[in-house]
Design a protein. Structure first.
Length: 334
């Protein structure tokens, strides 16, 4: 962690332990604690620990798992200060959200260690059904930006929304933003009546369906009224910085290269993104390149970005769907 000497000892109670951590630079430690120890208070509130200042030492008291997570947060923040970067309340909150590891904390790590991968939401638990879905679920926790690419019916969007709801409920993000290009699937619907929301809702319906599976109706309506959950066309993302949010871009194969670059560069502090798409179902006008294919080509070696792939074997809809996809793939292959 880069924070000097760490020792452990028994605390006055039987069920907790005390970690003492010494910081080599007292000036950085003052910045780490914050005005009136405000940063330490935020960490104490996030975990079941008490943090006491003793000279250039911090004493962390609490259960082992919470102590470990608090120490990792303290270590990452101290390293930030040692690199010459400032430290504000939002930086502390971001470190807490990330937790002790890229999966966002011990709870997620334990889920993957146990072999029982279960995404808990307000209404139901989602269990990945294939090896590819399990790998995809882990990647959504592990990478700040992850692409899920494969045929329809493989659970790409459903799992991404489930992870978004889980991370929102656990406090790792402050809001959920779901988006997709407003592109018609091979037909022209013409003029749609109503206000802006009524016009775009038909394009967004699959995202509403997923959310309704995970969040009770009244609660979902309240969260949407408060704009803590947003569903919007891709075009509405321009000019925004999406911080402390879990953002899902669905049907990404229908985003142009310019739209995809615009969307990916919206990623803000403490945010996570999931991009899902099916390269075989591009509905863009002839001659317009898919932004999903371009992003896959350009970003496949960029550190911190994950790619998860699905095949017809991962289809979890009617068994006939997998055979239909395989038949089309054979025909395209000649």
């Amino acid at each position: 962690m880069g924070i000097g000497t760490l020792t452990s000892a028994s605390s006055p109670t039987d069920d907790t332990m005390l970690d003492r951590v010494e910081f080599p630079d007292n000036r950085l430690m003052i910045d780490l604690c914050g005005a009136h120890d405000a940063h330490l208070t935020r960490i104490e509130a996030a975990y079941s620990v008490q943090i006491l200042r003793r000279g250039n030492e911090l004493h962390v008291i609490g259960p082992p798992e919470d102590r470990a997570r608090a120490l990792d947060v303290l270590g990452s923040l101290y390293e930030r200060l040692a690199e010459g970067r400032g430290l504000e309340a939002g930086d502390v909150d971001g470190a807490i959200r990330m937790g002790a590891d890229p999966l966002g904390g011990g709870e997620q790590l334990e889920m993957f260690r146990s072999g029982r991968i279960e995404i808990r939401t307000r209404k139901k638990a989602v269990v990945p059904r294939t090896a590819a879905q399990q790998g995809y679920t882990r990647a959504l926790f592990e990478y700040p930006l992850n692409f899920g690419i494969g045929p329809a019916g493989t659970g790409k969007t459903y799992i991404a929304v489930a992870v978004a709801v889980h991370m929102f409920a656990e406090g790792h993000v402050d809001r959920i933003i779901l988006s997709r290009p407003a592109v018609e699937a091979g037909e022209r619907l013409g003029f749609l009546p109503g206000d802006m929301r009524e016009k775009i809702d038909p394009y967004m319906q699959p995202l509403y369906d997923a959310l309704n599976d995970f969040i009770p109706g009244r609660q979902l309506a309240k969260l949407m009224d408060e704009r803590r959950i947003e569903i919007a066309p891709l075009a509405f993302m321009r000019g925004r910085t999406l911080s402390n949010a879990f953002v899902v871009l669905d049907e990404a194969q229908n985003a142009t290269e310019m739209q995809m670059k615009m969307f990916l560069t919206r990623l803000g502090e403490g945010a996570r993104m999931a991009v899902t798409g099916d390269r075989s179902q591009v509905d863009l006008p002839r001659g317009v390149a898919s932004g999903l294919s371009a992003a896959e080509r350009i970003l496949n070696r960029v550190e911190g970005i994950g790619f998860s792939y699905f095949t017809a074997a991962d289809v979890v809809r009617h068994p006939l769907v997998a055979r239909i996809i395989e038949a089309y793939e054979r025909d395209e292959a000649g």
